[in-house]
Design a protein around this ligand. Structure first.
Ligand code: NIG
Ligand code: FE
Length: 387
């Protein structure tokens, strides 16, 4: 099979943990890629012959960003809701119903083409793996359809039937939880790796601790792995529940108590805290202190949460820049969290780092250093390298 040697790399950020800052930066390195995997990595002067050569002209090369939290299967638009929030309205999850109605009304072909375009938009900004959730169908057929379409384009598919209680069940929440944990889960299971729940006592639309526990344990019994939306709108049980059940990730973590931080730190091998600063940006919420979480020993990931409500941005560079400016991470810590950290939250070791035997999902910057991702905020310098 054909091999390609990538040369002219100004700075190779491996994220392999081999240096104290974990970034494993190498200068003067080359990488040989074969069939999508890194087959050799070492000093450019020692690079073996390959069928093709790509010279990146002194640019920085990083592991492709791993966007471990996104809701990309939706139709419709909620720009007016965003504008109202910027004028002072609060987010409570109520707008999700608008996207549910538009998504149910869309054809399979429309959803497929919207999803394809969104994933291409991400790739053009350096993202090479994306997790995609259902959650705007909320019927057995519409949830299964969202996951079927998503699984055509990514391996990381997440069943989020427990996103909100849909309007037709507001009078009987228990019946909706039974639907989610029964027939809906059954229909979703063939197309999903993960199960997720919006556990949030501060929203009448989302799920209580007991409801969330029922959803997660049913999903686990059906063979799915666990993720949780928790502690987004206020203090709540999401983080503790995720740790108790051994979820791979608890996402948002906007409002954390000391006990939550302690729980996350002691579960750092199992449960990653995935921060979504695009949501704080788009909902005018306070940013969590990511630097303090790292100091406490918490495993961190960064993701976009790209969705039509709380953050309609597909940009991992934007998220990296926000985490540096607003959450106290160094530029290097942010890059690590957006690559190796998010890979860990997906329980993947073949992505999020550049190493022999791992996937060669490479992202190149029109810049000499990873620092430029936050230094040159808003400038489109990152793109996935097509080999
Ligand atoms: O992760 N919090 C719940 N779900 C999404 C928002 C979905 C929406 O508003 O459409 C989130 O923020
Ligand atoms: Fe989300």
């Amino acid at each position: 099979m054909a091999s390609t040697v990538v040369t002219g790399i100004g700075e190779l950020v491996t994220c392999d943990g081999s240096t104290p800052d974990l970034l494993g930066v190498r200068t003067d390195a080359a990488v040989v890629v074969e069939d999508g995997y890194a087959a050799w990595l070492g000093p450019a002067s020692k690079a073996p012959a390959a069928d093709h050569r790509v010279d990146v002209g002194g640019r920085a090369v990083l592991p492709g960003f791993v966007d471990s939290h996104a809701h990309l299967v939706f139709a419709g638009d909620r720009g007016e809701e965003f504008a109202a929030r910027m004028a002072g309205a609060r987010y409570d999850g109520g707008g999700i119903g608008v996207s549910v109605a538009a998504t149910r009304a869309a054809s399979d072909e429309e959803l497929r083409s919207l999803l394809t375009a969104r994933i291409a938009e991400m790739r053009a900004q350096g993202t090479t793996t994306v997790e995609v959730k259902s959650g705007y169908g909320l019927t057995v057929q519409d949830e299964a359809r969202a996951l079927r379409v998503a699984s055509e384009l990514t391996d990381e598919t997440t069943f989020l039937g427990a996103h909100v209680v849909p309007p037709e069940y507001t009078g009987d929440r228990a019946a909706y939880v039974e639907l989610v944990t029964g027939p809906m889960l059954e229909a979703a299971r063939p197309h999903a790796r993960w199960v997720d729940v919006f556990c949030e006592p501060h929203s009448a639309h989302a799920f209580t601790e007991d409801e969330a526990r029922a959803v997660l344990t049913a999903g686990r019994d059906a063979g799915l792995e666990l993720r949780v939306h928790g502690n987004q709108l206020g203090h709540g049980p999401g983080v503790q529940l995720a740790v108790e059940l051994g979820a791979a990730s608890v996402d948002h973590c906007t409002y954390l108590s000391e006990a939550d931080v302690d729980a996350l730190a002691s579960a750092a091998d199992t449960t990653v805290a995935t921060l979504l600063p695009g949501v704080e940006f788009s909902t005018r919420s306070p940013y969590p202190d990511a630097a303090a979480l790292l100091r406490a020993g918490v495993s961190l990931a960064l993701a976009t949460d790209c969705n039509p409500g709380t953050c309609y941005s597909s940009s991992m560079p934007f998220v990296i820049a926000l985490s540096v400016r607003e959450m106290g991470l160094t530029p290097g810590q942010a890059v690590y969290a957006a690559t190796a950290g998010s890979a860990k939250s997906l329980r993947r070791t073949d992505i999020g780092r550049i190493a022999v035997g791992a996937r060669a999902d490479l992202t190149v910057l029109d810049a000499p250093s990873h620092v430029h991702l936050s230094y040159r905020a808003g400038v489109p310098i990152a793109r996935a390298l097509d080999l």
